[in-house]
Structure formats: structure tokens, C-alpha cells
Design a protein around this ligand. Structure first.
Ligand code: ZN
Length: 125
């Protein structure tokens, strides 16, 4: 079977070696320049999507009051604790991370890692 391939930049049909990706160096540098211009946007969307997913997951488990949930349950759903919007520190110095109005705080209960889920309160400002 022959695989047709084309230049990543100008989509012209390529001949010769199948590992060739561009017609020439001009297409290669033009393509890389174009990608580098798009990447801030891609990064923004990636973060934006992760925050939305995190919020959705926290919201789904946060049924009012203080809830604890095994961290692996959230992680399995795609929750990524590295992405949050802000934090709140209580008087004891515990730092709660928030994804918009839903917060989480890592705790250990009976040797299991869990998240304590809280909701943003007016006094946290
Ligand atoms: Zn080309």
C-alpha cells in the first residue's frame, strides 16, 4: 500500500522519502513559525478546559457542607489539582485551593489520601 503524504505547510503532494514532511526548508520554517504563533492560544485553551473540568468534578461531589472524597476518585475522572484559580488560607495556615467557587484541601484519613471539599464563603475574601 502506498501512503500519500503532503507538505504540512502548503499541502503540496510530496515525492520521495516517506519521512519527508515539507517541500523544502521554506515550508518547514513557515510551518514552525505558524505553530509557534498558535501555541499561546492552545495553552490557554488547555488550561481553560482543565479548569472547567476540575470545577465540574468538584461541583459534582460537593453536595453542600464539608465533604471528603478519595483523591483517586477525582483523579480518575480527570481532576488535576495543579490547575486552580486561587487559594484561601485559614487561621491555622491550611491552604485551600479553589477552582472558582469550589475548593479542595488534601488530607489523609486512615492512610488514604482524600480531598476535603468546601465551597467559597463570603468571609474568605
Ligand atoms: Zn510545502
Amino acid at each position: 500500500m502506498r501512503i500519500q503524504h503532503e507538505c504540512l505547510y502548503c499541502s503540496k503532494r510530496l515525492h520521495g522519502r516517506t519521512d519527508k514532511k515539507y517541500c523544502d526548508l521554506h515550508c518547514k520554517s513557515a510551518y514552525q513559525y505558524q505553530r509557534s504563533k498558535e501555541s499561546p492560544e492552545r495553552f490557554y485553551n488547555k488550561v481553560d478546559n482543565q479548569l472547567k473540568l476540575n470545577r465540574k468534578i468538584l461541583k459534582g461531589y460537593n453536595k453542600g457542607g464539608k465533604v471528603t472524597v478519595r483523591s483517586e476518585v477525582l483523579l480518575k475522572l480527570g481532576f488535576d489539582p495543579k490547575f486552580f484559580t486561587h487559594y484561601w488560607k485559614n487561621k491555622k495556615g491550611d491552604v485551600y485551593l479553589f477552582v472558582y467557587e469550589f475548593g479542595f484541601f488534601k488530607i489523609k484519613e486512615q492512610g488514604k489520601e482524600k480531598y476535603l471539599l468546601v465551597k467559597w464563603q463570603d468571609y474568605m475574601v
